[in-house]
Design a protein around this ligand. Structure first.
Ligand SMILES: Nc1ncnc2c1ncn2[C@@H]1O[C@H](COP(=O)(O)OP(=O)(O)OP(=O)(O)O)[C@@H](O)[C@H]1O
Length: 601
């Protein structure tokens, strides 16, 4: 089955087994969301049952008033009519009170469900491994968190009340009709056949359309998010025109789907009205004959007509809310898919603690592939003694970042093992792993907040003095001091904007504060100006001292500070040695280095 997790999410048609899997998964999710609310839910059900029963009693009381109250009144007996009037008033009052209560209770449930769901989606997606995030675009995840959760909120806010009350109301009305006048009940039963067929027709068609509508609206969001996050590239490559065309295409799809939905309602609603009015006419006609025959009381006929009329009343609402129900159902299907995803890098069942790592990293018989079709590291052995600084060089796509991701355990090897101080990374306690191995990525991402907050990310319990000491150690203190509010400058506000080199220094300070046994550094490719480069180079020396370091080196000047250089090609190490040794040799690195030296002349 190819619908486990988020697989097949973009399709709008599924096989029976797949549909069953998706339905069960969403129902399980709904059940688990509702189960903490069981007592409130039970109370809500009781309240809505009583309030609906009160409303449904109306026509029966009227019938009693006409058929019993009026003849009694002619004989000066006021009681039956007064009783009917009082009962009608009382059911109205109690019904009103109970509906108000029901709305409050259901709002409490829906808020709790929604908050729980929001939290679950956020926490779960955050927990999922990098593998998931590298293939599931951020636009899609945003659309799960926004438009999908919104459509569930919409249903919970208003639709679910109408649905529950409507269905109960119809059920009870039908029962009352059968009790009061079985013949009219039979007419309604006959009407149920075309009603069922029409509704089924609507359901099948709208389900496909609503799924499509969600796919298209997610595409809209993905398109928007991709364009806006890559706005620099869009502008630099003048991609606006093409984006405009692509966007127009998606918008057109959106309009197309929505037009089809409207068309569907345009047939369904008049169809409902036709069936409803024909049934009322039949009940009136057959009833009138029986009234003339005196086999049916006039009040009972009135009640039968009222019940039949009322039976169809919520139908339109139901059809209306079927829309939000469908959107919410397919949103829930998608969310349940995301929640069904398992982290591909699971936490160990019996974690091994490693309080103070030395920093000895080994690759034992490692094989690695992102997808089964293409092996990236065919067979990889590597021993990095504690404290060594490794510079990793090689052509683009050689597998350098992949190696770094394996040491950080963003991925697990397909075969073999990666160890830290002899412990398989898969067994290492996640806390110890994160403390021992830190990766500084190329983009040196800064989160919204102050410069100090960003440095403190390395060790959240660090004091302000420690933060400053870390900044001083990597040579970031001077420029931070010169920012408008020093360490309290908000990095996302105007004036707080920092340059690429400065961002790197902040991320170095963050890593210095974290003080890991193993540091992995994906060096930025953007060429810094000479003073900045020197600053970063000096910072690096401090940062790398007394720890194992693996630097994906793009600048050959960095290689000079390494103890050992590894040259990678096609997922294999083709050269391995001290920088001076390799430069003096005749291998690939020697050529690379000579070319670089020539370029400086
Ligand atoms: N998430 C991924 N899914 C599938 N294949 C991937 C993924 N990431 C990388 N690859 C493939 O793995 C191979 C090695 O990529 P990697 O990023 O490790 O190379 P690299 O040596 O770091 O290159 P660069 O210097 O350009 O960053 C490439 O062929 C790439 O296409």
């Amino acid at each position: 089955m190819s619908v486990v997790g988020v697989q097949g999410e973009e399709r709008h048609e599924y096989t029976k087994a797949e549909s069953r899997h998706i339905r069960r998964r969403s129902l399980r999710l709904l059940g688990s969301l509702l189960s903490p609310m069981r007592p409130t839910l039970a109370l809500t059900i009781v309240v809505v049952l009583i309030s609906t029963a009160g409303q449904v009693a109306g026509p029966a009381i009227i019938a009693y008033g006409i058929d019993r109250g009026l003849p009694a009144l002619l004989e000066q007996d006021w009681f039956p009519l007064a009783f009917a009037g009082g009962a009608y008033l009382l059911t109205g009052l109690v019904g009103g009170f109970l509906i108000a209560w029901y709305i409050r209770l259901s709002a409490r449930i829906s808020q709790a469900v929604l908050i729980d769901l929001r939290k679950r989606v956020f926490l779960h997606t955050q927990k999922l491994s990098l593998e998931f995030h590298e293939s599931y675009t951020s636009g899609r995840i945003i659309s799960r968190q926004t438009s999908d959760l919104d459509s569930i909120r919409e249903l919970l806010d208003s639709g679910v009340n109408a649905l529950v009350q409507g269905l109960l109301y119809m059920g009870m009305t039908a029962v009352m009709l059968v009790v009061m006048d079985p013949v009219s009940g039979l007419i309604l039963a006959v009407a149920l056949v075309p009603l069922f067929m029409l509704t089924r027709w609507f359901q099948v068609r709208s389900q496909v359309l609503f799924r499509r509508s969600r796919v298209v609206s997610a595409k809209l969001i993905v398109h928007f998010v991709e364009t806006m996050t890559g706005i620099r590239a869009v502008k630099a490559f003048r991609k606006e025109r093409r984006n405009e065309r692509d966007f127009a295409g998606v918008v057109e799809d959106y309009r197309d789907v929505n037009a089809k939905v409207v068309g569907l309602f345009g047939t369904y609603e008049p169809g409902l009205m036709l069936i409803g009015n024909t049934t009322i006419a039949a009940v009136l006609l057959f009833g009138a004959f029986r009234v003339v025959d005196e086999s049916l009381a006039i009040g009972a006929l009135l009640a039968a007509v009222l019940y039949t009329r009322r039976f169809f009343d919520p139908m339109e609402d139901l059809a209306m809310f079927y829309n939000s129900y469908q959107s919410a159902a397919s949103a829930l299907e998608k969310i349940s898919g995301v929640l069904e995803e398992e982290p591909s890098v699971p936490d160990p069942v019996k974690p091994v603690d490693l309080w103070k790592a030395e920093g000895h990293v080994r690759f034992d018989d490692v094989e690695f592939a992102y997808t089964p079709e293409r092996v990236i590291l065919p067979h990889f052995d590597l021993d990095i003694p504690a404290g060594q600084t490794i510079a990793l060089v090689g052509s683009t796509g050689a597998g350098k970042s992949t190696l770094a991701k394996l040491i950080s355990r963003f991925y697990d090897p397909s075969d073999g093992r990666v160890t830290l101080d002899g412990v398989d990374l898969r067994d290492l306690h996640p806390k110890d792993l994160r403390r021992a191995i830190v990766m500084v990525t190329q983009e040196a991402y800064l989160f919204s907040g102050t410069v100090a907050d960003n440095i403190a990310l390395g060790r959240p319990d660090a004091s302000f003095d420690e933060i400053v000491a870390a900044a001083k150690a990597v040579g970031a203190h001077a420029f931070i001091e010169s920012l408008p509010n020093g360490y309290d400058t908000d990095v996302n506000k105007r004036g707080g904007r920092v340059s690429a080199g400065q961002r790197q220094l902040i991320s170095f300070a963050r890593a210095f504060l974290a003080n890991p046994a193993v540091l992995i550094l994906d060096e930025a490719t953007s060429s810094l100006d000479i003073p900045s480069e020197r600053l970063v180079q000096e910072a690096l020396q401090t940062l790398l001292a007394d720890r194992t370091a693996v630097i994906i080196a793009h600048r050959l000047s960095t290689v000079a500070i390494a103890d050992r250089v590894l040259v990678m090609e096609h997922g294999r190490i083709v050269e391995d040695g001290a920088p001076a040794e390799l430069i003096g040799g005749t291998g690939r690195f020697a050529k690379l280095h000579a070319a670089w030296r020539d370029s400086l002349v």
